[in-house]
Design a binder for this molecule. Sequence first.
Ligand code: BES
Ligand code: MN
Ligand code: MN
Length: 462
Amino acid sequence: MENIKTYIQENKNRFINELIELLKIPSVSADSAYSQDVIDTSEAVKSSLEQAGCDKVEICETDGYPIVYGEKIIDPNLPTVLVYGHYDVQPPDPMELWTSPPFEPLIKKTEIHPEGAIFARGACDDKGQMYMHVKAVEYMISNNCLPCNVKFMIEGEEEVGSVNLKTFVENNTAKLKNDVILISDTGMISNQQPSITTGLRGLSYVEVEVTGPNRDLHSGLYGGAVANPINILSKMIASLHDENNRITIPGFYDKVEELSLEERTEMAKAPFDIEDYKKALDLNDVYGEEGYVTNERNAIRPTLDVNGIWGGYTGEGAKTVIPSKAFAKISMRLVPNQDWEEITELFTKHFTAIAPKAVKVKVTPHHGGQGYVTPIDSIGYKAANMAYNETFGIPAIPVRSGGSIPIVALFEKELKSKTILMGFGLDSDAIHSPNEHFGIFNYLKGIETIPLFYKYFVELSK
Ligand code: BES
Ligand code: MN
Ligand code: MN
């Protein structure tokens, strides 16, 4: 049997080239202009699972984009690992800020990635991280060292809320039966300090529409006499936070779990430098809820953010107009115990209530999901930690992340198993931003670490 390090050395270029091919397909799930590309990507993922040696590889149709399923069952009496990932990506815009085109992957060296990183939309989130699992399983199958069963479920709608995956999971609990779910779709602290994500925030995403007059008006003839929906919307949005940056929606914090001082002290041990943080983002100062530090504000505290706001005239030059409508997209990140549907209702009620009589308000919920926290004494967590310890030479630190993978809470509810989030991305990899990239070091380290998770998980399960 060939060891994984040798296997990676021998196949490194092929691993990189295969990922580059996958990254060339613009699988943007949010924009229907790319729908054929999303479908083509599902086919490419299917072929890659077949090539890796999986059996029963299939495209599972849904009301949206397909889910790719594959499995290798070596013995029904052995444990089963379910790997989840997504092949869809975020829209690449703003295009002009990319230093190389988002769907023409290019390897470039950076300060943090001296060995080079692949620049492309989806490089880290999540094609690169998902593909590490395909290559790790390829290694284990071809070298006869897969120690248990494995199932793959790779979806194409994560970036738009996993609505159809929810139905698929609910309807296929027997097919998806497993002992642990393994996901690489998060990050780690640094290439010197691995971490395991033990928490994800929930999400409620809504769109609001404020209507004033029934048509755009001359801002001189009507200005001052009718409500300007942009002025009103701005005022309403501004009122959603108080002077301590706490959210003002009644009931919003009712179910928020307050962490003990002990837990907060434990969290504060993770290496973090506020000056580096500010420097990396070109900020003079950070900003957030009073009474909490940065690493708490973006992990254990809920938030409300406007993601986009529009209306009126934004073209060249000046046009004097009072617009008929103003819009905003608003996301609320939630913490465990906050129910996203309840929060969506609280938001809708409050936002409608604070609108002056002079405008009409419409709130449209988009999607959402519950938060997630996982204990660090499970077999899965221990196995992951042992794997990191071996490949990085240092144990992983448990970290709660601010991001969301809404389907994880549903997995636990429907499939009754824990999810282990073994992420290999870095915060600086610019996911969802221009110039997203994934370090070659991270990609190969992931492929090296994953088989060890299987090994230790099976050993600890005995
Ligand atoms: N992979 C991310 C989530 C993530 C990234 C979690 C880094 C932790 C660390 C995922 O693809 C994502 O972007 N999720 C969305 C939610 C979804 C419903 C659109 C998010 O967090 O905005
Ligand atoms: Mn992702
Ligand atoms: Mn994402």
